[in-house]
Design a protein around this ligand. Structure first.
Ligand SMILES: [Zn+2]
Length: 275
């Protein structure tokens, strides 16, 4: 039997996504680098921090509410609560407000449904505890901050582990993904971190050179976390006959497969008879 394999949008074999927390002013520099190289990312923002100076926040300076929409144009805005509290240590009623109110405010600023969430602070065990709650607030995916150095699609978008933190040796991991890609198309490279880390710790050249490397690799789908979520979800929702020769795409977007070495596009709503 011929096997149909996963391909990304436009028949691409690889995808790169990333997400960045907190919304400090260093997001401006990160977005500028990503825009220069055609990378896309998701930004987890705390609406209660917008416009705070370093003095007011007691830490860093934050981007302003009025720059959220233009700055992240072409990228994606996700929620990180209103005030960045330790959500597991507060009354559930206030936690509800932190999560829902942030989503409401962000949607008002960007003009599209906010689908992604990241829990403040590195608290991997909190994912289980918060999961149902965050899902009930309408979020479609939630980042788990514990990296797993692999390139697989998440089995559970509410427990979405990144491939690596931005301090990892990204070029080495990239090379290992390219190696696997030779016989396993559909690899996903997913980075997380904070833009201020490049200012404080790693140096901007680290992310700039990685962005350049990724942009020069052929066949990479550069996408936000939401776009990755959307594409994989649509791909998984295709209808197949048991023998694998009939496929129907009920989604609103075209999807791609690799079959007998051939790249095949399945249009939205189309049913195909395959060889
Ligand atoms: Zn944070």
């Amino acid at each position: 039997m011929n096997i149909s394999k996963f391909l990304w949008k436009d028949g691409k074999r690889l995808a790169l996504t990333s997400c960045w927390d907190d919304g400090t002013i260093y997001d401006r520099q990160l977005v500028a680098i990503f825009n220069r190289y055609g990378l896309k990312a998701s930004f987890n923002l705390c609406s209660g921090k917008f416009g705070l100076t370093a003095e007011q926040s007691g830490w860093k300076e934050f981007i302003r509410a009025d720059e959220v929409a233009p700055l992240f144009q072409g990228h994606e805005v996700c929620s990180h609560t209103v005030n960045h509290p330790r959500v597991w240590s507060m009354p559930i009623d206030q936690m509800r407000w932190e999560v829902l109110e942030d989503r409401r405010r962000l949607e008002e600023l960007v003009g599209y449904p906010v689908r992604g969430f990241a829990i403040p602070y590195n608290w991997p065990t909190g994912q289980e505890w918060c999961r149902e709650f965050v899902q009930s607030c309408g979020f479609k995916f939630m980042r788990n901050s514990a990296s797993i150095p692999q390139f697989e699609h998440p089995s559970d978008f509410m427990d979405w582990h990144p491939t690596a933190h931005c301090s990892a040796d990204l070029p080495a991991l990239w090379a290992s993904m390219l190696q696997r890609n030779q016989d396993q198309p559909g690899q996903l490279f997913n980075v997380h971190g904070h833009s201020y880390e490049f200012e404080d710790d790693w140096g901007w050249e680290v992310i700039e050179s990685f962005a350049k490397l990724a942009s020069e690799t052929a066949g990479v789908y550069h996408a936000t976390k939401g776009e990755i979520y959307e594409y994989i979800t649509a791909w998984r929702a295709m209808d197949w006959s048991l023998d694998g020769t009939l496929v129907r795409n009920p989604s609103a977007m075209p999807l791609w497969i690799l079959r007998n070495g051939q790249v095949i596009k399945i249009e939205s709503g189309q049913m195909l008879k395959l060889e």
